[in-house]
Structures are given as C-alpha cells and as structure tokens.
Design a protein around this ligand. Structure first.
Ligand code: GLN
Length: 469
C-alpha cells in the first residue's frame, strides 16, 4: 500500500512500528499537493516548513520511545474559514485576502496539542456561502474524480483534498450541508456534529445558530477519531457543551431505520435514488427494520433556511466595514468608505445574502419573514422529534442530484440553493448527520446521509461503519 492510501489508525501503527516516519509521510502529501493542486485547486495556502517541523517533533517523540496521541504526525488540511495562528485566513474573500489569524481556533489548538501536521488552508465558497466552491474569490476547486465537475461546497477544497490524496483528513464547516455535500460529491466521509458538540471559537461566522465544524475523512473510523479529538465544551464558545461519551454498540437486528417519504419525491435523480435505496436494503437484509416516517415540513425547510441564514449572515458580516477588518477603499466620506469597501470586497453571492438578510430583518418585514421562518424552524425540529420516537436513525440521500459541471448552476442561484434541500433541515434542527459514499454513477460519487438525535454521533458513526466495512 502506498502511504497516501493509509487511514489514521494505519498511519498511527506504522509510525509506532517505525515503518515510515512522520516526515516521510508529510513529504509524501506535500509532493502530492505539488503535483495535483494546480489542477484540483484544493489548497489556497501550503505550510511546508512548519508542517515538516511539526512532523519532526512526532518523530523525535517516537524515537525517544514515547507514546504519541492517535493524531500525532498525521497531516490535516484546514478550511480557510478556520483560524490557524500566523497564517492568512481569507474565507475565500477579497475582503480578507490579507488577513492573518492572530490566534488558533479551538479545534486547531486541540489538533496541535495532539501533534497534528497542518499542511495548509483549503478553498471554499466565499464566507462558506455556496454549494459548489465556485464562489471563491480565488477560483473554483475541481472534483478530483473528474476535473470538469464541481466538488460540492462550501468545504469543496477540504473534500477534494481528501478524495484526491492531497491530505489524509480535513476540517470543514457545515451551516446547511457544507461538510456533507462535498463529502458526497467527492466520495469521502463527512460528519456534521450536533450543534454545540464542537467549539466554533475561531471559525469565521456565517450563521451562528447553524454553523458547526466537523471532519472530512476517508473512512468512518477516521471521522470518529477526529470528531473525538475536536469535540467538547470550550469556555471560549458559550454554545458548546461537553457531550456524554457513551459508546453505542450496533445490534443490527434491533436497529430501526427511518426513511422519510418527503425525501423520495419528484426531482430526485433516479440513479441517486437507486443507489441510496440499495444501501438501505443492505441494512434491511442484515436484519434492520426499515420504517417509513414523515417529516411534513420538509418543503418549508429550505425557504426557512434561506431566510434565517442570510439574516444571521447580514449581522455577522456587518463587521467588515473597511475600518475594523480587511479590505478598505480609501474615500473622502465615511459612508463612501463603507459602500466602496463592502461593494468591492464582497463577491456577488455574499452581497446577495447580505441584502436578503437585511431585508428580512428590517422593520415592517421582520414579522413576515424572519419570525415566520423561526416558526418553521420549530416545526422542523418537532418533525424530527416525532420521527425519532419510532426510529433510531434516519437515512436519506445527501443530495438529490449528482455532482454537476463547473459553470452549470453558477448563474442560477435558485438551482444552486435547491442542491441543499436534503441537508439544511438537519442544521435547522441542530442534529448530527454524516454522509458516506454509497456508490458511483460513472465516475461520479453518491452519498448516503445518516441522521441521528442530538449528541448521538457515536450511534450514527456505528451505523455508518456497518456500511463502510
Ligand atoms: N450551500 C448552503 C449555503 O449556501 C450551505 C452552506 C454551508 O453549509 N456553509 O448556504
């Protein structure tokens, strides 16, 4: 097996047995980046010498006979909306093109404490707004399975890095599907944790009540390892909590799988439907019970998401005013500084969201849009609560469509928003969900989404592992 194919636990064992060194492993990935990043464009910034010296530290510990943590010496790619001290953190925006992070995000400091080797920062849709990674100021990322296709978004750089062998694993963020969708489009595993399971400190905010950081990995087991490394209460994020670590053992004959009827309707690609149903059948054949459930407010979740997330974004992005942070256009009047800096610093999709959100929150429209969307959010939460009275997990496709061509949807924001139809409800409800590959149509991967109750990451990981192996 080549070094690039190894999973986290295989690398951990290999390092321990001195079959290879962390420096060799790091060089292997840096070489892969050198040969492939030009065409895939996963990485916006590469951290060569710092990564190699981090790898050396692990090698030193091992040669001194010390035990090392599971992620020690293992290369990781970090989405460029998560702060790594001393590195630029651009959020793929002209606004933050030259912004250097003054501190580490909590997830990054947790990985560094284990001895992780940070390879660099990955491309995304500007401020994580998008489903294809085409909204990056620096240019689109390409799907490593076929370079003319999108990798999904917004964590497309992270997913493409893992799928293309440019990093062993990666961190992404998910506000409405941005970990799961690119994982699905790139044929890798992506876990969006329960809201509050992972600290958001040092994540550039998009929509604070929906954002979560999570792992993108080659296998379910790797996702579990990374999740456990980054999860937990952080005094720097008051919405984070210490989840109960309860290991959950899968007994397939006692597993009840919910399949929501609203997710298998007109508009779903028939080949996606076939592969996802085939995956669910695998569980059924092994003894699990498949139960049809109803999530009746599904059709309202997407419109509610596209009111709530731009509303929060319009508030979060108010800080980029040409004075406090980032890109600044020098003008005579203060108002002109604001207008020019924001008008030129933000791309078209970000400006669209700021306008949508500002409108939805403005007096006179607040009740009609924002407040109603919040009521829908409560209905969506209740839908899941009643479904979970009957089932242990819920399975759906991650996306109703196959990966699409670069350029195919970028001029049509509504078509792009519809790609998120199966992922946004999970963020509205704050639930954990993961996407695992369940087959391919030609070269194009398809993902199965497994949804659990709050803080039941271990359950959905155990259920996913059954399929993975
Ligand atoms: N595609 C969705 C959006 O554009 C979700 C983005 C995300 O999860 N960050 O809002």
């Amino acid at each position: 097996m080549s070094l690039t194919e190894l999973t986290i636990s295989q690398v951990h064992e290999g390092l321990k047995k001195k079959e290879f060194s962390a420096v060799e492993l790091c060089r292997n990935y840096l070489d892969n980046i050198k040969t492939r990043n030009k065409e895939v464009f996963s990485f916006l910034a590469i951290r060569e010498s710092a990564a190699l010296s981090e790898a050396e530290k692990t090698d030193d510990l091992i040669s001194n006979g010390q035990e090392t943590p599971i992620l020690a010496g293992i290369p990781v790619a970090v989405k460029d909306n998560i702060l790594v001290e001393g590195m630029k953190c651009t959020a793929a925006s002209k606004m933050l093109e030259n912004y250097v992070a003054p501190y580490d995000a909590t997830v990054v400091s947790k990985l560094k404490k284990q001895g992780a080797v940070i390879l660099g920062k990955t491309n995304l849709d500007e401020f994580a707004m998008g489903s294809s990674t085409e909204n990056s100021y620096f240019g689109p990322t390409h799907n490593p399975h076929d370079l003319s296709y999108v990798p999904g978004g917004s964590s497309g750089g992270s997913a493409a890095a893992v799928a293309g062998g440019l990093s062993l694993y990666a961190l992404g963020s998910d506000t409405g599907g941005s970990i799961r969708l690119p994982a699905s489009f790139c044929g890798v595993v992506g876990l969006k944790p329960t809201y509050g399971a992972v600290s958001r400190y040092g994540l550039i905010a998009f929509a604070s009540s929906l954002d979560q950081i999570g792992p993108i990995t080659k296998t379910v087991e790797d996702a579990k390892i990374v999740f456990e490394a980054i999860a937990g209460r952080d005094s720097l994020d008051s919405t984070s909590i210490e989840p109960k670590i309860e290991n959950w053992k899968l007994e397939i004959e006692n597993l009840r799988i919910g399949v929501p009827k609203e997710y298998f309707v007109k508009g779903i690609n028939p080949e996606v439907e076939k592969l996802v149903k085939g995956a669910i059948l695998k569980y059924e054949k092994a003894g699990a019970r498949v139960i049809e459930v109803s999530l009746p407010h599904t059709e309202y979740a997407l419109p509610a998401y596209y009111i709530i997330s731009p509303s929060e974004a319009s508030a979060n992005l108010a800080r980029y005013d040409g004075i406090k942070y980032g890109f600044s256009q020098k003008e005579k009047s203060l108002l002109d500084v604001y207008l020019k800096s924001r008008g030129e610093g933000f791309g078209a999709e970000v400006r669209r969201r700021i306008m949508l959100g500002t409108y939805a929150l403005s007096s006179g429209y607040y009740e009609a849009y924002y407040k109603r969307a919040q009521k829908v959010r409560t209905k969506v939460i209740e839908d899941f609560q009643s479904a979970f009275k009957k089932v242990d997990v819920i399975m759906t496709p991650t996306s109703p469509v196959l990966p699409f061509k670069i350029g195919e949807k970028i001029e049509d924001p509504l078509a792009m928003y519809l790609v998120d139809v199966y992922t946004v409800s999970i963020n509205l409800a704050g639930l954990p969900a993961l996407s695992i590959p369940c087959g391919q149509v030609g070269k194009l991967p398809v993902g199965l989404q497994i949804i659990g109750q709050p803080f039941e990451e271990r359950k959905i990981l155990a259920v996913a592992k059954f399929y993975d192996h």
